[in-house]
Design a protein around this ligand. Structure first.
Ligand SMILES: C[S@@+](CC[C@H](N)C(=O)[O-])C[C@H]1O[C@@H](n2cnc3c(N)ncnc32)[C@H](O)[C@@H]1O
Length: 113
């Protein structure tokens, strides 16, 4: 697997990190935006998004979600997600995820419906 430097951090999937925002924009133009809204309607409280990409879901969380903890391993996408989190109305916090293994997050157990 190749690795490339992105803002001083190693990205292990540099091509994916560059391509995914363009792919997602094309999908959103093709109707994915509405699908994102449908999928994210309903939750409340704190949410965790595993694999947040560049944070394209953040604006679609309903107002009842008071915080989104988002984890993303790819450094280029994570940087964009952090910028998106700053613009979103939710208090989104973006964390680094490990591609192999678990990331510990300060979330309560048994909070899923
Ligand atoms: C198909 S993208 C979806 C991004 C975003 N949630 C969306 O709806 O557009 C999947 C994301 O999961 C991330 N990912 C891959 N392996 C992961 C892992 N082990 N833990 C967390 N995220 C991971 C990828 O880097 C990628 O950004």
């Amino acid at each position: 697997m190749s690795a490339a430097k992105t803002s001083g951090k190693v990205s292990r999937r540099p091509l994916f990190g560059r391509m995914y925002p363009k792919m997602a924009a094309a999908m959103d133009e093709g109707g994915m935006t509405e699908r994102r809204r449908e999928l994210l309607a309903g939750p409340s409280g704190e949410a965790i998004e595993v694999g947040a990409g560049h944070g394209v879901n953040f604006p679609h969380y309903p107002a009842e979600v008071v915080q989104v903890v988002a984890v993303e391993p790819e450094s280029r996408l994570r940087a964009r997600a952090q910028a998106s989190a700053g613009e979103s109305s939710q208090l989104a916090r973006v964390r680094r995820a490990r591609r192999s293994g678990c990331t510990r997050e300060p979330m309560q157990d048994s909070t899923a419906p």
